[in-house]
Design a protein around this ligand. Structure first.
Ligand code: PLP
Length: 355
């Protein structure tokens, strides 16, 4: 049995993969594949509507927000956010907490002035900056709620009158959030939502329509809202599997229930990292991510041996990102706590062997 600690794309429960594979052959007894039915058919329109409905239900999305499944990944949102929200003569404020934030900043600069209100760049992004000031006149303030590469997570959402935009790609649906604290949330599907291909956007309608620039239709949130998330051919498979996965989440008790499990998984793993003299965590303790657990070995020469032992036990995908090194155990919603226990056992066995 494999325990997939990979950072993505698309770690989903086995039962969801099974249902998805069935739908590729025969979708809902139509005798057709989900891949071939018309996206304008009543069957697919129901899928799209249900997917939007379940997002609203699970996240408790208030009135006045639109939910969209777009394409282009979170990376396209880096540009789309600025294109749609960065008003002429205003600046956008960004919190620089990692490579993804840096990329978002780079794209925003194409559309106007950007102020980086705080950065943890000098510490290789191993903490979330605090105590910064958000300029009152900013068009919006952009944050990344979970920094997938560095294993840091932003738990205290800043309270401000400036519209808050959040890249939630790697922790959406993992913990309860108050959507009303945000004006725009976006997330590539491929961690806790579904297969790569769709990008979830939750946007407060009233923040749109305030820029004068010409926006190409495909990049205009308003066009997608008017088209009910079907302006063009949507990523049908990704949306369908996202629906299956979100139904699975609902059946488990929703976000509050999975959050409890996620806390238990993360606590168990960090406890072992802190207890075991062979390992140490790389992120500031108060900012430790519950989704991506980054750690290194006190003696880096032993890393290869530990990786081998972990792989022998079926733990895959734990090699760290090259910019941090060591290990990164991604423990998304679909990974059961039993898999975390297997990794902990490997760490304990390794320490026992090498003491
Ligand atoms: N933002 C975060 C926090 C991510 O983790 C990633 C990818 O892992 C991205 C953005 C980029 O997403 P995409 O590949 O969908 O463009």
């Amino acid at each position: 049995m494999k325990h997939n600690f990979g950072a993505g794309p698309c770690i989903l429960p086995q039962e969801v993969f099974k249902q998805a594979s069935q739908a590729v052959l025969n979708f809902n007894d139509t005798g057709l594949s989900i891949l071939e039915i018309s996206h304008r058919s009543k069957e697919f329109i129901a899928v799209s509507e249900d997917a939007i409905k379940i997002v609203k239900e699970l996240m408790n999305v208030p009135e006045g927000y639109s939910v969209l499944f777009l394409q282009g990944g979170a990376s396209l949102q880096f540009a789309m956010v600025a294109m749609n929200l960065l008003q002429e003569g205003k600046k956008a404020a960004y919190l620089e907490t990692g490579v993804w934030a840096k990329k978002a900043i780079k794209e925003a600069k194409l559309f106007g002035e950007v102020e980086i209100v705080a950065s943890s760049k000098d510490a290789n992004f191993n903490f979330i900056p605090k105590g910064y000031t958000i300029p009152e006149d900013a068009a919006y303030f952009h944050i990344t709620s979970n920094n997938t590469i560095y294993g840091t997570e932003l738990f205290d959402i800043p309270k401000t009158n400036v519209p808050v935009v959040c890249d939630m790609s790697s922790d959406i649906f993992s913990r309860v959030i108050n959507v009303a604290d945000f004006d725009l949330i976006y997330a590539g599907a491929q961690k806790n939502i579904g297969p790569a291909g769709a990008t979830l956007v939750i946007v407060k309608d009233e923040i749109l329509g305030k820029v004068n620039r010409t926006i190409p239709s495909m990049l205009d949130y308003k066009v997608h809202i008017e088209g009910e998330s079907m302006y063009n051919t949507p990523p049908v498979f990704s949306i369908y599997v996202s629906l299956l996965n979100l139904k699975w989440l609902k059946s488990k008790g929703g976000i509050a229930a999975i959050e409890k499990e996620n806390i238990a998984k993360a606590e168990a793993l960090y406890q072992e990292i802190d207890r075991n003299p062979f390992f140490k965590g790389t992120a500031a303790v108060e900012d430790r991510s519950r989704m991506n657990v980054c750690f290194v070995m006190e003696n880096p020469e032993l890393e290869k041996d530990f990786l081998k032992l972990a792989e022998e036990k079926g733990c895959v995908g734990i090699k760290g990102h090259r910019s941090v090194g060591g290990f990164r155990a991604s423990i998304y919603n679909a990974l059961p706590i039993t898999s975390v226990h297997v990794l902990i056992e490997a760490m304990q066995e390794f320490a026992e062997k090498h003491k």
